[in-house]
Ligand binder design. Structure first.
Ligand code: C2O
Ligand code: CU
Ligand code: CU
Length: 458
């Protein structure tokens, strides 16, 4: 069977056939998806996937409003496609197999080219062979800088993710049937930038922009900061316009898979003191995922020295004229075996959106969950009918959480909404980016066993 025979009914994918259309980018270095080895613990773990043979996927930097060219080359025998999580870019650059492009076979190149409309913290990961390639390491952070200087002295990216390893450092299976049907399968080695509890030096008394990204396939991290004055300045890429109380050990911040938080940190004034990003992991004492250690003499900076982050140009929904669409997330009534269109299937379906499990990548005759009119405002009611938590992610658009039946929601701009047990949340958006946008749970075992669909904007 040919990859093209797997095309969805959508006409949207027709323009995205082939190898990218831009050819080799001038001056842009190829990002080569390849096997890697790395000492995640004492022993070297082989069979990892990265963009170099012996290091984590690098932080990719771009500037708001400036074109980025990212030629991605696949050298693995498995298919792949790269997705830029949270970026409101053209649909054909979104990296979703069959929906926006064909999966890339071994040796193939796809040049992604887009202009980030928003500044902030984003990330990238494959959207084909997602479970295997993410679990083996292929998750990286993207930083899109503001055109103006906010006033930080330095910044620190922290990519949080787990690996599932045996005693010898070899990979255990990334998923289990039991996990996929419940909260997901958890890793047993927690890392920050592929290291356990790394310590990063920053000038004493200086202002550091800490960018924390949860790129794990499963874990909802419960985080707080220990030591140093700090303020949450952005959430899921977008500046927060309200005061969010700093989380504490008793009331940690829940950061689900796919979510990001930017924190402005004042480093301790005296050399050697640290600020630690702490996590509460089930059945374990509090653990420092990463630490910032003060060096040199105090710069005596203050949070007041920072200029506010400029707001991203995201349209505000017109709630008085917004049409309502409902989505129910739950178990699947009939289960069944999903289709496998070269992008990896776990072999069973447990989950559904609106009681229909995603039939698998490239299944024929699959339509959108909803069709939205370009430029109009919508309210989406998201109902979690299950006892498990689901970080629900929408591609290509940003939305505002409005209300929940369980809690008061801070007014934020986001692309990933963490739904609690039995929670019903309403979110609102302006459908201002045309295309077929994937809409799925970011617990990859849920995504790959039915909790996936797409929303069409025309
Ligand atoms: Cu972060 Cu559909 O993905
Ligand atoms: Cu995404
Ligand atoms: Cu889920």
């Amino acid at each position: 069977m040919k990859r093209r025979e797997f095309l969805l009914t959508s006409g949207a994918a027709a323009g995205a056939l082939g190898l990218g259309g831009f050819g080799f980018a001038q001056g842009a270095q190829e990002l080569t998806i390849q096997p890697a080895s790395f000492a995640l613990r004492d022993q070297v773990t082989t069979g990892m996937v990265s963009l170099s043979p012996d290091a984590p996927p690098p932080v990719l930097y771009g500037k708001q409003g400036e074109v980025m060219r990212l030629p991605v080359r696949n050298t693995l025998p498995d298919y792949t496609a790269m997705h830029w999580h949270g970026m409101r870019i053209a649909n054909k650059m979104d990296g979703v197999p069959y929906l926006t492009q064909m999966p890339m076979g071994q040796g193939e190149l796809f040049t992604y080219e887009f202009t980030p409309p928003d500044a902030g913290t984003y990330w990238y990961h494959p959207h084909c062979m997602t479970m295997e390639q993410m679990a083996h390491g292929l998750t990286g952070v993207m930083v899109i800088t503001e055109p103006e200087d906010i006033g930080f002295d330095s910044e620190q990216v922290v990519n949080l993710r787990d690996f599932r390893l045996d005693e010898d450092g070899a990979f255990l299976p990334a998923y289990t049937q039991r996990g996929a049907a419940r909260a997901g399968t958890f890793g047993n080695v927690q890392t920050a930038n592929w290291k356990q509890g790394p310590v990063y030096d920053h000038a004493a008394g200086s202002l550091v922009r800490l960018r924390v990204v949860n790129t794990d396939t499963t874990r909802i991290y419960k985080l707080h900061l220990d030591g140093g004055a700090a303020r949450i300045i952005a959430w899921d890429g977008h500046p927060v316009e309200i005061d969010i109380p700093m989380p504490s050990a008793d009331e940690p911040l829940l950061v689900g898979p796919g979510q990001r938080v930017d924190i402005a940190v004042v480093m301790p004034g005296s050399e050697g003191r640290s600020v630690a990003l702490m996590a509460k992991l089930p059945g374990q004492p509090l653990k420092a995922m990463a630490s910032l250690r003060a060096i040199g003499s105090s710069a005596r900076r203050d949070l007041q020295d920072l200029r506010p982050l400029p707001l991203n140009p995201v349209a505000r929904p017109d709630l008085d004229n917004a049409e309502l669409h409902e989505f129910v997330f739950g178990w699947t009534p009939e289960g069944g075996e999903p289709n496998n269109g070269f992008c990896g299937s776990l072999g069973y379906n447990f989950w559904s959106i609106n009681r229909t499990p995603w039939p698998g990548d490239a299944a024929e005759g699959v339509g959108p969950l909803a069709t939205l009119e370009l430029g109009k405002s919508y309210v989406l009611r998201l109902r979690n009918e299950s006892p498990n938590l689901h970080p629900i992610h929408l591609h290509g658009l940003a939305f505002v959480p409005l209300r929940s039946n369980l809690r008061k929601l801070p007014s934020l701009m986001t692309d990933t909404m963490l739904l609690l047990k039995d929670e019903v949340v309403e979110i609102a958006l302006v459908a201002d980016n045309p295309g077929d946008w994937a809409f799925h749970c970011h617990v990859i075992e849920h995504q790959k066993t039915g909790l996936t669909g797409f929303i069409r904007v025309v």
